[in-house]
Design a protein around this ligand. Structure first.
Ligand code: HEM
Length: 324
């Protein structure tokens, strides 16, 4: 005898079809969970305050570290996304030209990570620690603060060829800079705001020698001769000079005022104000520090969103310099 047909009410059949569709969609698309500022609220409620304490003490030991940590986040995010790939020993990124003997702060991230591991082992990723460290670094030297989105996971590999190809260099033209940032989803205004990080920190003589000895019309002569004193024409490659000659240790908008006086240290700084499409943004930030401050914060959040690994992608490293 045939079984009686099972009657499914209209509403229920619609519900079952919808559930089936959602299941298929979840199985077929890779996990693209959203980052969220509350990601560790349940799993490690003291993560952020622990990172803050660690970063504040590092910056109070050495103020330049604030600059180094902001840059570390930038150089992480521009290479296969904000995944802490730059931190891997043997990952190959640390030794590309743009990073070698230049990027700093690895030890500070390692200490913050071990402080966090001691309260919540295996929970907080190195990529998130780098993102939070950048925010704390900015706030510690009078710069803007912002809400950091969390939930990034760490890569298991570095990508030196992408690092070499994608990280900007000080000889880049304005068009090249714009297209490098565009490739990462950041527009020209984001790029100018983010370059304002050069309001703090230092650069080595080898990165600005060409500019200060170039006799170009885009450099203030007095500024060039001042900088030449600390950066000989054929030696002293690693001698340091402040990127912002006016207030090298405070996060403010003097960087933009310097550019308008032809006193940008790097050629890639000065091209932002050299008769091109970004002149008006530089001049706006030089006049209205509050706009620079809020644009910088928003652009840092946007940069922190570049291609994160989420969900079950990658891993949460136990130590930041090596895969588990
Ligand atoms: C627009 C393209 C950029 C170029 C070509 C560039 C290039 C450079 C160079 C050559 C140095 C000096 C490195 C050395 O001598 O060792 C430097 C330092 C620095 N950069 Fe950039 N940069 C760019 C954008 C950015 C962005 C977007 C940020 C952050 C959001 C940033 C943050 C910093 C900081 C804070 C320092 C000082 C680091 C320290 O003192 O340890 N830069 N940059």
């Amino acid at each position: 005898m045939a079984a009686p047909p099972v009657r499914i009410p209209m509403g229920a059949s619609f519900f079952m079809a919808a559930m089936a569709l959602i299941t298929v969609m979840m199985m077929s698309s890779p996990c693209h969970a959203q980052l969220s500022s509350t990601f560790y609220d349940q799993t490690c409620p003291n993560a952020l305050s622990t990172i803050r304490t660690s970063i504040r003490s590092a910056v109070s030991r050495e103020r330049r570290m604030a600059a180094s940590l902001i840059r570390l986040h930038f150089h992480d995010c521009f290479v296969q996304g904000c995944d802490a790939s730059i931190l891997l020993n043997g990952g190959g990124e640390k030794t590309v030209t743009q990073n070698n003997n230049s990027v700093r702060g690895y030890d500070v991230i390692d200490s913050a990570k071990s402080a966090v591991e001691s309260i919540c082992p295996g929970v907080v990723s190195c990529a998130d620690i780098v993102a939070v460290a950048a925010r704390e670094a900015s706030a510690a030297v009078g710069g803007p603060s912002w809400t950091v989105k969390l939930g990034r996971r760490d890569s298991t590999t570095g990508n030196p060829s992408q690092a070499g190809a994608d990280l900007p260099v000080f000889t880049d033209s304005l068009d090249t800079l714009i297209s490098r940032f565009d490739k990462k989803g950041l527009n020209a205004r984001d790029m100018v705001a983010l370059s304002g990080a050069h309001t703090i920190g230092q650069a080595r003589c080898l990165t600005f020698r060409g500019r200060i000895y170039g006799n170009g019309s885009d450099i203030d002569a007095g500024f060039a001769s001042t900088r030449q004193r600390g950066c000989p024409s054929s030696s002293g490659d690693s001698n340091l000079a402040a990127l912002d000659l006016v207030t090298p240790n405070s996060f403010d908008n003097n960087y933009f005022k310097n550019l308008m006086r032809k006193k940008g240290l790097l050629a890639s700084d000065q091209v932002l104000y050299s008769g091109g499409s970004t002149d008006s943004i530089v001049s706006e930030y030089s006049r209205t520090p509050a706009t620079f401050s809020s644009d910088f914060a928003a652009a840092m959040v946007k940069m922190g969103d570049i291609e994160p690994l989420t969900g079950s992608q990658g891993q949460v490293r136990k130590i930041c310099s090596a895969v588990n």
